[in-house]
Design a protein around this ligand. Structure first.
Ligand code: N01
Length: 543
């Protein structure tokens, strides 16, 4: 633990040094503002710092999952694969930190524990687990959407004699499973990437599945120079196009209903997308996420691919999702996931029919069977979107954020929440965030926030707060848009269902990255409609 630095005062405290916090720091420096970043990890990279499990890689193509703000950066960096692996993305994050000399304003190994707004001074008082106390005009939460790992609470969790791991807290030195009996609990995106790699090492791998997921092959491969140059030669225009796409990804959407074409044509298009690989599969038609019959056609196509791939048909049926529309739980992208179940050393246990009842000193008990392991991997996900924010004791005017969000997060644009002046969130609940290319959404939020504080400064103002009415209207709009889709039909982490007792509301904004950007720009151009802007002196005089 580093020694606490002396109390001090900055313009902005940024919480988190992932891609959001790093770019926020860079923008604020450009405005001549002082900023201090606190980061719980020992290095930059956020998600890519923590999630080091075998097989971890991004499901957005590298040419699009990278910063666009610097022409030099995007021209000089060379990706080795179409979909970069975690180590390569982490190298990229470190390269950016070096290139922009970011580390001198980042305090690592330091977790922010409290943030309290003082209306008498119009400043945030921020405290850390290292004893730091910093006063800041603005506080920016760059805490990530999937950064609070979640373990199940089976009896006996602390009794297991072997090693346990969570995918989101993987040891930095790596893990060699060679010759081991390994149990993996969970079959979400993390598990679907890790299972094929662990299966190649382990003597025996047992996968405990509660809910099967739809997964599309990534068709990952080496990045050819021609492909990279194709992007680089037209990067500015391509990036701009991506910013206005529904998901922030240039994914060649087909603006046709799946129900308007013949069965043969529908099949042909699905096959084409399946062969191309990746999440673009869901852009095969314009109503896959809106219409149950359209969705069923895509879901059945994928189920057929699973049946075709997995030799044991009983296992194939267990792996084929039947209870949620495709895409309403985050679609997974894999390298030989389903094929892995053809291996002699891989067993699938359906914990819906044989629930896990306890972790024993030797392994996992499910139904009547005790499975014996050397290692257990928990791929059991995260307290998504609100977990990292609510872990911090955030308070303004005697109200805590935990109390305010007791029935679910409420924000205006996912950028601010009423009653908490001068506190911004990057990709907060109520913004497209996890439904988008995070890099595009991060850059959009950081730019909006930086422009906003520059506007305040140039107008002699220093306080901004979302109004209650604007927030209420935004929440209502978000719910209304979500309810037009099939998303609320799934028991997903988007809905908070994976955390016992968490309020079940659809947290991200599904209106699309392009439309959302236009709304944010329009609100800013209209003098920050829906926000109350004041000057501290005037506000104090009025009280
Ligand atoms: O977590 P998850 P994740 N007993 O919550 C199961 C992003 N990401 O880390 O569905 C048994 O999706 C749970 O079962 P169920 C991406 O946005 C991106 O995999 O709750 N099982 C589920 O199968 C992703 O969506 C990338 O019934 C239990 C699994 O654990 C998000 O991170 C890669 C259980 C958790 O799946 C989270 O993915 C990786 C229990 N008690 C992650 N508790 C890429 O870019 C939970 N489960 C490719």
């Amino acid at each position: 633990m580093p020694a606490a630095r002396s109390s001090n005062s900055v313009d902005v405290v940024i919480v988190g040094a992932g891609f959001a916090g790093m770019y926020m720091l860079h923008r604020l420096r450009g405005l001549g503002m002082s900023a201090r970043v606190f980061e719980a990890g020992s290095g930059v990279g956020g998600t890519w710092y923590w999630n080091r499990y075998p097989g971890a890689r991004c499901d957005v193509e590298s040419m699009q999952y990278s910063y666009s703000f610097s022409p030099e950066l995007q021209q000089e960096w060379r990706w080795s694969e179409l979909f970069a692996s975690q180590p390569e993305i982490l190298r990229y994050a470190n390269h950016v930190a070096d290139r922009l000399d970011l580390r001198r304003d980042i305090q690592f190994d330091t977790r922010v524990t409290e943030a309290r707004f003082d209306r008498a001074t119009y400043r945030w008082d921020i405290r850390t687990d290292c004893g730091d106390r910093v006063s800041a005009r603005y506080c920016v939460m760059a805490t990530g959407c999937l950064s609070t790992a979640r373990l199940p609470d089976y009896p006996g969790m602390d009794r297991f004699g072997g090693k346990t791991y969570h995918t989101g807290h993987w040891p930095h030195e790596g893990v060699d499973f060679t010759g081991q009996r390994v149990g993996v609990i969970g079959t979400g995106s993390s598990a679907i990437q890790a299972i094929p790699v662990i299966a190649q090492q382990a003597a025996q791998l047992t996968v405990f599945q509660r809910t099967p997921n739809f997964s599309i092959p990534s068709r990952n491969g080496p990045m050819t120079e021609a492909y990279a140059d194709g992007w680089k030669s037209d990067y500015t225009a391509l990036r701009e196009k991506a910013r206005h796409m529904r998901t922030g990804i240039l994914n060649n959407p087909n603006d046709v209903s799946a129900l308007e074409v013949t069965d043969k044509e529908r099949q042909r298009i699905f096959e084409e997308r399946w062969a191309a690989g990746g999440t673009n599969f869901m852009a095969a038609f314009n109503d896959l996420i809106l219409d149950r019959r359209a969705n069923d056609s895509a879901a059945e196509f994928v189920r057929d691919r699973i049946r075709e791939t997995v030799r044991n048909q009983a296992v194939a049926e267990l792996l084929a999702p039947k209870n949620h529309p495709i895409g309403t739980k985050r679609i997974c992208v894999d390298t030989d996931y389903y094929g892995t179940y053809n291996r002699e050393n891989v067993t699938l246990v359906d914990v819906r029919t044989t629930p896990i009842t306890e972790i024993t000193p030797n392994g996992v008990r499910a139904g009547d069977v005790e499975y014996r392991f050397d290692a257990i991997v928990f791929a059991t996900g995260f307290d998504a979107m609100t977990g990292a924010l609510l872990k911090i004791d955030i308070e303004a005017d005697g109200q805590s954020l935990r109390d305010k969000w007791e029935a679910g997060p409420r924000t205006y644009l996912g950028l601010m929440t009423a009653g908490f002046p001068n506190m911004f969130m990057i990709t907060g609940p109520g913004s497209p965030s996890v439904l988008s290319n995070m890099m595009v959404s991060i850059e959009q939020h950081v730019d909006w926030i930086a422009d906003c504080v520059a506007y305040l400064r140039s107008h002699g103002l220093d306080c901004i707060e979302a109004t209650q009415s604007a927030e209420d209207a935004w929440v209502e709009h978000g719910n209304e848009v979500a309810n037009r889709t099939l998303y609320p039909l799934a028991n997903s982490w988007y809905m908070g269902v994976n955390i016992p007792g968490k309020p079940q509301v659809f947290m991200p904004y599904i209106g699309g990255v392009g439309a959302y950007r236009d709304t944010c720009d329009d609100i800013a151009a209209d003098g920050y409609r829906g926000f109350a802007l004041t000057a501290q002196a005037a506000a104090l005089a009025a009280e």
